[in-house]
Design a protein around this ligand. Structure first.
Ligand SMILES: Cc1ncc(COP(=O)(O)O)c(C=O)c1O
Length: 362
């Protein structure tokens, strides 16, 4: 038996990357959301200090890390009081996204609901577990066979933020189905046109009842720690206990030096503010140039991407950008509903962003 997975979508961008590289000014890669700015010194110092690590780390996270995660969710995500049993770390958030259906014991006949335009790993995780994927945004239409529902706010790729109203409806429908509701919130601190991107675990949504609810966060983007693999998960204590048991058995453990980095980094808001302002500037430069080049920007009120369209086929648009030496991602990577958009990442240096703006306006 082999696992039947689709080709890795980014491989299909290779011919366009080659074309873009041939541009006399070189390639400007705005196709992936991989941070380019320095890792903050608070993280580097903590890593140096924690380099001695002869013993196995705790899968649940050190006491220090669990306290840091609890206070981060309470202060930054308005969850109200959380206990130490309602948080665990993950090895970046992608493994948790990919493995969640498996860790929950889902299989054939179970339905995993994902957004209509979505980060591809939600579907991959369901496929790995042999569950059925249904793409549906409207909670009223989530099927009765649903065992896990993913929501993603701010969205990758669209940047859409789900409001409290939607979150209320989602919780009440998931509860009536007996499904786990998992919210991927890894761009939550990077908001532009909204003051706040509410968490699924916001106490105005949960009223303190987090049963079968899960929220995922990541330090990759807000703290330039993608290379460290640092994710955090919070949710109802029983669900967290189930996940912890499976993760202990499987050795899904965050290395102790990274746990120390996470503890230190979660307590420092200043570097997040600095990073947000860097992205805000790049976003303004790119948005202005894209609009001047005739593109419309949809949603993009938060997150690390501009979701842009001229109404043409996404691959035609990818080709148009690559002729200018700029690589962007086709919207169809994220679902058929994205096939008239491209995703433009803000994760490039100021110099690259200003060069991209020049080429777009030339
Ligand atoms: C929506 C979404 N979820 C999860 C991830 C995974 O991030 P990481 O594994 O670095 O935490 C990404 C990365 O781009 C993402 O866009």
């Amino acid at each position: 038996m082999t696992l039947q997975l689709p080709d890795f979508p980014w491989d299909s961008l290779e011919p366009f990357a080659l074309q873009a590289k041939a541009h006399p000014g070189g390639l400007l890669d705005l196709s992936v959301g991989s941070p380019v700015d320095p890792t903050p010194s608070v993280a580097i110092k903590a890593l140096e200090y924690a380099a001695q690590a002869p013993s196995y780390p705790l899968t649940a996270g050190s006491q220090e890390l669990r306290s840091a995660m609890v206070s981060w969710w309470q202060t930054q995500r308005n969850t109200g009081d959380l206990s130490l049993d309602e948080v665990i770390p993950s090895i970046g958030s992608k493994e948790m996204v990919g493995l969640l259906p498996t860790l929950l014991g889902l299989g054939a006949g179970d339905v995993v609901v994902i957004p209509e335009i979505a980060y591809p790993t939600y579907a991959i995780g369901a496929m790995v577990a042999a569950a059925t994927v249904v793409t549906e945004n409207n909670p009223e239409h989530w099927p009765v066979e649903s065992k896990l529902v993913w929501i993603n706010s701010p969205s990758n790729p669209t940047g859409e933020v789900l409001g409290l109203d939607y979150l209320h409806k989602a919780v009440s429908r998931a509860r009536s189905l007996g499904a786990v509701l998992a919210s991927d919130e890894c761009y939550a601190q990077l908001h532009w046109d909204v003051d706040w991107s509410p968490s699924l675990l916001d106490e105005r949504v949960t009223q303190g009842d987090r049963t079968r609810l899960l929220a995922l966060y990541s330090l990759s983007k807000q703290s330039n720690l993608a290379g460290y693999r640092a994710g955090l998960v919070a949710g109802g204590d029983q669900l967290i206990a189930e996940l912890l048991l499976a993760r202990k058995h499987m050795g899904l453990i965050v290395p102790s030096p990274i746990q120390a980095v996470m503890s230190a980094t979660l307590g420092d808001a200043d570097h997040v503010d600095t990073q947000r302002e860097r992205y805000r500037h790049r976003r303004t430069v790119l948005a202005t140039a894209l609009r001047a080049a005739g593109f419309r920007i949809d949603h993009s009120e938060a997150g690390l991407y501009l979701w842009v369209t001229k109404g043409q086929d996404d691959w035609e648009a990818v080709s148009w950008f690559s002729e200018r030496g700029i690589l962007v991602a086709p919207g169809s990577f994220y679902g058929v509903a994205g096939s008239q958009h491209v995703r433009v990442a803000l994760t490039a240096t100021d110099e690259a962003v200003s060069e991209a703006a020049k080429r777009l306006q030339a």
